[in-house]
Design a protein around this ligand. Structure first.
Ligand SMILES: [Zn+2]
Length: 360
């Protein structure tokens, strides 16, 4: 089982072995404790040429969506096609032949789970809150950056020769923000894996998505971009994934709607993110590729409080052996090992002597 291992990732030592013991912190993959960013005019797609892509793994982190004990209440229930089908206690079938499982997000630490420790746990396979002895909100602290620099999903997959991309795109940041190096865990993980953050021109080229994936926010700010439906944005993400073995994307407006305790906005966000997920599924080949949707903590599902909740979160999985993958995930810190197990097979396919070929 994957639980109760004193907070540390079971995957880190194995991946170090694959990298011939080269620590990612100084292995030449561009790892850094502080992250780095090119000037906006140099932002562009990040590419590798190590390994052909025959199947991809898309991971989307939808911030602040939990499963209440009694299930989603109306009208959120009616607005939902996917999350409504995940119930506390047991795996459930979900549309597009996927499986949904309730996943422990409180990391066995008292208090309300928070984003920095949640995201780092999802990305590293370590129980970051247990290691620090507390939940940490907002941006990763130096201790959390060290965990990310030691090993994360993107640097681990890249270390196996796989092509990876964090596809969230950012507007050019104010120099004061750049100086303070304020980055979310996923952006830091990408930079530590050697990827330069993507920008507005990458959205135009359909290589990246804004955190508000329809582009309406950017258009209001004067950017000349097409307005996409959530479904179109999802299809674009599926298209992007054809170039990479692993693609990561995060969506945080769901958490914001939970903090606002605004039922109309909560319903709109559920509909919007689930239509986006449908777009991804329509563009993906489920016979070879995987799609996993996870969350870091509860919030949106309980509008009676403006804080996060200790409710379990839904993890939704589509693709080959989805049930098997689901069975290996009990807490959010089990997600990275589950994804890496699939990616490892792709990086090191087992030769099948009977067929004389290589297993997928
Ligand atoms: Zn929050």
């Amino acid at each position: 089982m994957l639980r109760d291992r004193g907070g540390m990732s079971p995957y880190y030592p194995r991946s170090r072995a694959i990298n011939n013991g080269a620590g990612l912190g100084n292995s030449g993959f561009g790892a850094s404790l502080t992250g780095r960013m090119r000037p906006p005019d140099q932002w562009g797609p990040w590419k590798t040429v190590e390994c052909a892509v025959s199947a991809s793994f898309i991971v989307i982190l939808v911030d602040g969506v939990g499963i209440p004990p009694e299930g989603l209440l109306e009208p959120m229930r009616s607005a939902s096609r996917f999350f409504r089908n995940v119930h506390p206690g047991a795996p459930s079938p979900i549309p597009f032949e996927g499986v949904g499982i309730p996943t422990r997000a409180h990391l066995d630490v008292p208090g309300l789970p928070q984003s920095a420790t949640g995201h780092v746990s999802i990305l590293t396979g370590s129980n970051a809150a247990k290691i620090l002895g507390r939940h940490v909100p907002g941006f990763p602290t130096p201790s959390l950056k060290k965990l990310l620099a030691k090993w994360n999903l993107l640097s681990g997959a890249k270390g196996m020769g796989l092509k990876v991309s964090y596809v969230n795109a950012f507007r050019p940041l104010h120099p004061a923000i750049l100086k303070r190096r304020l980055r979310g865990a996923m952006a830091l993980a990408a930079e530590m894996a050697g990827q330069c953050l993507l920008g507005v021109r990458d959205i135009e080229g359909e290589r990246a998505l804004h955190h508000e994936f329809t582009n309406s926010e950017l258009i209001k700010r004067g950017e000349r971009l097409p307005l996409w439906t959530p479904r179109k944005a999802g299809r674009i993400l599926a298209n992007i994934s054809r170039e990479f073995h692993l693609v990561l994307y995060e969506y945080s407006l769901t958490d914001l709607a939970g903090h606002m305790q605004d039922l109309r906005e909560a319903v709109a966000q559920l509909q919007r993110v689930e239509e986006f997920m449908e777009g991804v599924l329509e563009g993906l080949d489920p016979s070879s590729s995987h799609f996993l949707v996870c969350s870091d903590h509860g919030n949106l599902e309980d509008l009676s409080v403006k804080t996060h909740t200790r409710n379990p979160v839904p993890t939704l999985i589509w693709g080959p052996n989805a049930e098997e993958i689901a069975a290996s995930i009990e807490g959010i810190e089990d997600i990275a090992p589950a994804v890496m197990a699939i990616l490892e097979e792709r990086a090191h396919p087992v030769r099948n002597p009977q067929k004389g070929g290589e297993a997928p």
